[in-house]
Ligand binder design. Structure first.
Ligand code: KIV
Ligand code: ZN
Length: 527
């Protein structure tokens, strides 16, 4: 039971109490998310993500598609063992379910059952195409045959585990009457969860919500199973569709961290969870430990080499950054003016006030105070035009620039670390990858060499020998600008130094060079 503030009128709040309905969070980052080309993970990396998902509080971890590869099989097995270890002395209800995907094929189900054999709470997720597109073109089959195969798959899976989820692939485009027939039949066969995927991301929210409502009203045994929503983002509607499904009776939502997944991705965990948390009056709750959201987003982005778009809701770099003067002024008076979520509630360390040519005096004063400068109104008025001039010349004004403005630091141009040359030796050879760098630093030309785990690591180590700043590399992301192998790579690094984050960027057709440039860019900002 939770007390919910309906609305605020002056200082009189209207309260009422309501029981919240539990929404189960089924995470498929390691299955649907991992289907993204270029995002494949090693078993060790999957284990690291699974640990994070467990700490985040997801109810189900879809750990892979065991029959698809020995790697997926192993991951499902290893993740089951990991959770047993993590939850050794805990109640069974606290342990996340481990799920393995299968087609409606006996062999798949047998292999999944084997991969899941150590899981404390195993679930087999089996299913088949439900739309006429799938029935005719993918299976060259009939609705009757699909019904029979679906029921058989559930019955077969029930021989191994109690918990069987059935997916009706492409349910978004399936005929509702046939879908209802299929759902009823698989529940009769023992399915505990029925998944209604909008596989192609085709539906719009009203339509998808109505589909779930239709099933609730027309499947007579629907109360014996949980309805699950699984939406793809081809039209940018995955989160909206999932919400519509929940509001119409679904009680499990299938999501990925950062919304990664096939094509345009899946519903993102952080979005749906924070919608339900922010709109308490909807009456739903999840068990997600929301301060773990941002660390988890960084982990997935780093391990999958999938940069998060800066304006991504909740976890994007700019999600809590304010740059226009009016907004900065409002947020500095009270964050509630322009923020609907407390950044700490999703684990974002700070709401940034970015200084640009659009920033006002309030923002300038705030950032200067953070550096220890307490200025009078007259002093701020005096310095503000110089700040604007500087902001016009530089894209954004960082702490080093502010010190320069206050006359306590030299212009950054004077102290720049410059990369003069870089050579690397790498490839499949018997020696370790090696890098030699030549740099201008503090007016001196210095050359250093180092070996490393790869050419980038070697280059960073060689740079560290010259610029001995005790900064920690917190993020390294490499992205191709378009498709060709002759294309430019863009590298983005984040260094942590003295509790502050410094970002560096580099672009080149040579990705090792781009990496060194990004690293030096961030070091320059520190220095
Ligand atoms: O999108 C989809 O239909 C799926 C199923 C395999 C569950 O990912
Ligand atoms: Zn999917």
């Amino acid at each position: 039971m939770e007390c919910v503030c309906l609305r605020s009128r002056g200082d009189v709040n209207l309260f009422f109490t309501m029981n919240k309905e539990r929404i189960f969070v089924f995470d498929t980052t390691l299955r649907d998310g991992e289907q993204v080309p270029g995002c494949q993970l090693t078993t060790q990396e999957k284990i690291e993500i699974a640990r994070g998902l467990a700490l985040l509080g997801v109810d189900v971890i879809e750990a892979g598609f065991p029959v698809s590869s020995p790697g997926d099989f192993n991951s499902v097995r290893e993740i089951s063992l990991l959770l047993n270890e993590m939850y050794k002395n805990r109640e069974i209800s606290e342990i996340p379910t481990v799920c393995g995907l299968t087609r409606a094929v006996e062999k798949d189900i047998e292999v999944a059952a084997d991969a899941l054999k150590y899981a404390a709470k195993p679930r087999i997720h089996t299913g088949i195409g439900a739309s006429d597109f799938h029935i005719q073109y993918k299976f060259n089959s009939t609705r009757e045959d699909i019904l029979r195969r679906g029921v058989h798959a559930v019955r077969f899976a029930k021989k191994f585990v109690d918990d069987v989820e059935f997916f009706c692939e492409d349910a978004g485009r399936a005929d509702n009457l046939f879908l209802a027939q299929l759902v009823e039949a698989v529940i009769d066969a023992g399915a505990t969860v029925v998944n209604i995927p909008d596989t192609t991301g085709y539906c719009i929210p009203d339509e998808y919500g109505q589909k779930i409502k239709f099933l609730r009203e027309n499947v007579k045994n629907i109360d014996k199973a949980i309805i699950s929503v699984h939406c793809h983002n081809d039209l940018g509607l995955a989160t909206a569709n999932s919400l519509a499904g929940i509001r119409n009776g679904a009680r499990q939502v299938e999501v990925t961290i950062n919304g990664i997944g096939e094509r345009a991705g899946n519903t993102s965990l952080e979005e749906i969870v924070m919608i339900l948390k922010t709109h308490k009056n909807l009456g739903f709750e999840t068990r997600i430990n929301t301060p773990q959201i941002y660390p988890m987003s960084l982990k997935v982005s780093r391990l999958m080499n999938m940069p998060v778009q800066p304006n991504k809701a909740i976890v994007g770099r700019n999600a809590f950054a304010h740059s226009s003067g009016i907004h900065q002024d409002g947020v500095l008076k009270n964050a509630l003016v322009y923020e609907i979520i407390d950044h700490k509630d999703v684990g974002v360390p700070d709401n940034a006030i970015l200084l640009t040519a659009r920033s006002g005096r309030a923002a300038l004063r705030y950032r200067l105070e953070k550096l220890g400068f307490r200025l009078s109104k007259e002093q701020i008025d005096e310095i503000y035009p110089k700040f604007l001039e500087m902001a016009d010349r530089r894209k954004d004004v960082n702490d080093g620039d502010l010190l320069e403005l206050m006359g306590v630091a030299k212009p950054t141009e004077d102290i720049q670390i410059k990369l003069l040359g870089l050579n690397v030796v790498c490839g499949k050879i018997s020696t370790l990858p090696m890098a030699a760098v030549q740099m201008e630093y503090k007016g001196e030309i210095i050359t250093e060499t180092a070996t490393g785990n790869g050419p980038v690591d070697a280059a960073f180590k060689a740079i560290n020998k010259i610029v001995t700043v005790n900064a920690e590399l917190d993020e390294y992301v490499i992205q191709s600008m378009s498709k060709g192998s002759d294309d430019e790579g863009r590298v983005y690094v984040k260094l942590l130094f003295d509790g502050q984050a410094y970002f560096g960027f580099g672009e080149s057709t040579d990705v090792v060079l781009a990496s060194a440039m990004a690293y030096i860019d961030a070091l320059n900002k520190i220095i």
